[in-house]
Design a protein around this ligand. Sequence first.
Ligand code: PEP
Ligand code: MG
Length: 563
Amino acid sequence: MRERESPTITGIGVSPGRIVGPVVLMPAPIAEPAISDRIAVGVDRATSAQRITTASAQVRDELTSAAAHASGKSRELLEATAMMAADPLLVTDARRRVLENGLAPARAIWDAAGQVCDDLTAVGGVVAERTRDVRDVRDRLVAAVTGQASPGVPRPLEPSVLVATDLAPADAATLDPAKFLAVVTESGGPISHTAIIARALGIPAVLGAVGAMGAVVEGSIVLVDGGRGTMRRDPPAELIASLAAATRPARTFDGYGHTADGVHIALVANVVDAASAVVAAEAKAEGVGLFRTEVGFLGREEAPSVAEQVEAYRGVFAAFPGRMVVIRTLDAGGDKSLPFLGLPVTSNPALAPRGWRAATQLPTVVDDQLDAIARAARHESADVWVMAPMVATPQAAAEFVARCELHGLHRAGVVIEVPSAALRARQVFAHAAFASIGTNDLAQYAMAADRLDASLADLCDPWQPAVLALIAAACAGATHADRPVGVCGEAAAIPALAPVLVGLGVTSLSMTPRALADVAAVLATTTAADCARLADLALDAPDARAARERVRSAIPALPDLGL
Ligand code: PEP
Ligand code: MG
């Protein structure tokens, strides 16, 4: 019934691209079985215990076969997890709890896994890291004995469209673009970290698509338009054919961003690890404007060692020899969970200790990270700049810069993403050697609109004149102190907004590598004077929509560029 009535679900297009493919559904997380969950009267305990043995073999076989289709690190991980699923200690203990105590198999597995986790945690270090794998195996075993779908990001046999109620940034970070053609989720907003990761991976994505899970079943064929924000089920054959024909030829970037009259605007990339840095270098990014260091550590139970961090940072620096790489210290909190920091759960994570504010409560974590950055920088030739997220006051900027100095890191700056820092930019630049404007959070905090809430996306928009006014204030502070100021939020990847940002005084734009060519193309058609005029147009607009429309219609080359 629903099929004929509403074949199209609308959400927010957060990562462009149109594709057709079969749906794979993200299973619901496995819930803890009730403590009182016991074998029903009359059911044989030995038969119940045998279900655990069978589930263990089933999960081991599933993971072994998944490993056979994987390569590199993920293959090693799957093989190790497969072995854990058959671990005699875990299985024997779970069986004992059924045979001796009469627990239901799911509860017995849960408790046995809990015991293994406690033992591993007591050992500490890298051994304790394995508790995460134990919990993964536990959930798979519980799913197997209770007949639920295996938890976590599924492993489709053919390239598919992932449809989910929600997707954590840690799950999004593991998506393989070769396996997932697109992502559609019911929750999330345009600048949630899941959206940012999808864009970085080049996977078309629609978030905030309420009703998506109910509109499809496993295997439904859907057309996802990540630009318009739609998912259409059972698209007609003509539409599929026209889609193949309409693929726009890819524009390329020549590695030097500039306005029509030759003012250099550095076009640099946002990266999360060595692999994404290599992609950015291949796309000819002039450097890295934002290395989000926390993404590589999302969901980890233990802090990464200094040695591990050095290796991770060197991988990124090595991709840009002799070039600028701006590395941001850990930005935990908000929608990014770093359990090893032990930050308290608060009712309002976006306003809680987050980024540098959290870091000041964790001096060892800060010093270890700065130490690792300094060591990695000494081994590579990249020009390393360091910045701290969520700096709200000149005082915090001064503290961060001083801390960096202690580690021999002399290019220290801040992310301007809290309105107070933009308004006090002159004083911030008295300490900071540079700044990068985080427009995602700046919009969230300026407009008091949660960046994860799709229903507030109109407010949480960098085209909002109030947000542009804060960017102008930040740039005025930078100009006064003669310091570089970039933009590293998603605003930098919007082609029509690029000249506006330059007109406001921004000297570099950092974005997903896929956006470099389009942004460069627009900038190359506008002079510095045009940029200033466009900035005034946008600042004077009554609202975000008018700002966008005014600017778009004032850039004559935009329609020709097909943007
Ligand atoms: C931002 O807030 O604009 C930013 C770049 O940081 P993140 O999106 O990682 O919070
Ligand atoms: Mg931010």
